[in-house]
Design a protein around this ligand. Structure first.
Ligand code: NAD
Ligand code: UFG
Length: 332
């Protein structure tokens, strides 16, 4: 398949481009480089043997996008978005503009150019506070606690309406749990600008000595060690989930919803201890107040993805920490 990959220079996008190329597909990357670097494309080429076609472009540039999309694609995988939860609270217009208006602009071009297979990066955040665990795809959509989460809920709804109006479309909503890790080559990984918001990149910088200590947000959750529990998923497994969704769902009309996680939760302190083991470095931490908007526990029921997509994760928490550390400790 020839696949238009928006946000393909980013963390999850770049790993998915590698997976698509390794599976014999032809991804074409579109990215405005607002949160990534062009060198990622070259590095993808080092991993796969040839760099993918790359266009520095914004999804809101309808004219350029129409010209590109007219070249003929079988599918679009849409990663491009802003993703910092705290920043979305401070800059809601920027987030809705980029994530919601940007996706609508992209969809109108796809409608015009006849690209009918669409894969969307959604998030477990759409479940809000989980009513029960593990989280299943048929659980009701919850309340978003920030504009970033709200933008994912809104786009899931827009996509469902677009599919009703265009019944030949295949829309795949992939609800990611907590993507972490890096490619085992250490050539691509997560490269946050400024101080990381998310746990593993923060822990990685503490291990490296760039940050003095981790602040653990909350030690009084109703969990075995009192810290939050998440379903961390290796980004290479997540990337494979996109290939499985494309191969399994392209040409199958409907809205298809799948959780992408491991089905297992690990606490913040379990992750810290696994990272100390993988890196051989101490991770000093202190337990502080809970962070507003965080849920105590989140992990996926992955049986639907397993049975319908034939996909399951292969990598555990140790693999995630080892590959994150390989990337972090490599001279960039
Ligand atoms: P990322 O920031 O590394 O990648 C996003 C890419 O999109 C970046 O390369 C950025 O430059 C590009 N981009 C942003 N706005 C654009 C625009 N208007 N036009 C063109 N390119 C644009 O983030 P990621 O972690 O790889 O996330 C990818 C997707 O997965 C996002 O939609 C994100 O919301 C979603 N997601 C991420 C997580 C996570 O924890 N990383 C969890 C759930 C969902
Ligand atoms: N945490 C800390 N200290 C930190 C950072 C995080 O203790 O410095 C804790 C959090 O409180 C939470 C856990 O580590 O218990 C995971 O936090 P992350 O920020 O890494 O991830 P979240 O689960 O909050 O959010 C992630 C993505 C969002 C997405 C959400 C869906 O970053 O984009 O999952 O559940 F919306």
């Amino acid at each position: 398949m020839r696949v238009l990959v928006t946000g393909g220079a980013g963390f999850i996008g770049s790993h998915t481009v590698v997976a698509l190329m390794e599976a014999g597909h032809e991804p074409v990357v579109l990215d405005n480089l607002s949160n990534s670097r062009a060198s990622v494309i070259r590095r993808v080429g080092e991993i796969t043997g040839s760099a993918p076609e790359f266009h520095e472009m914004d999804i809101r540039d309808q004219e350029a996008l129409t010209e590109l999309a007219s070249q003929g694609f079988d599918a679009c995988v849409h990663f491009a978005a802003l993703k910092a939860v705290g920043e979305s609270v401070e800059q809601p217009i920027r987030y809705y503009e980029n994530n919601v208006a940007g996706t609508i602009s992209l969809l109108s071009v796809l409608l015009e150019t006849g690209i009918e297979n669409f894969v969307f990066s959604s998030s477990a955040t759409v479940y809000g506070i989980p009513q029960s665990l593990p989280m299943t795809e048929d659980m009701p959509i919850g309340e978003a606690t920030n504009p970033y989460g709200q933008s994912k809920i809104m786009m899931e709804q827009v996509l469902a309406d677009v599919q009703i109006a265009n019944p030949t479309w295949s829309v795949s909503l992939l609800r990611y749990f907590n993507p972490v890790g890096a490619h085992h080559s250490s050539l691509i990984g997560e490269d946050p600008r400024g101080i990381p918001n998310n746990l593993m990149p923060y822990v990685a910088q503490v291990a490296e000595g760039r940050l003095p200590k981790l602040r653990v947000f909350g030690g009084d959750y109703p969990t075995p060690d009192g810290t939050g529990i998440r379903d961390f998923i290796h980004v290479v497994d997540l990337a494979a989930g996109h290939v499985a969704a494309l191969e399994g769902l392209a040409g199958k009309p409907g809205v298809h919803i799948h959780n992408l996680g491991t089905g297992r939760g690990h606490s913040v302190l379990e992750l810290v201890s696994a990272y100390e083991g993988a890196s051989g470095q101490p991770i000093p931490y202190e337990i502080v107040e809970r962070r507003a908007g965080d849920v105590a526990e989140s992990w996926a029921d992955v049986s639907k993805a397993r049975s319908e997509l034939g996909w399951a994760t292969e990598r555990d928490l140790i693999d995630m920490c080892r590959d994150s550390w390989g990337w972090q400790s490599r001279a960039k």
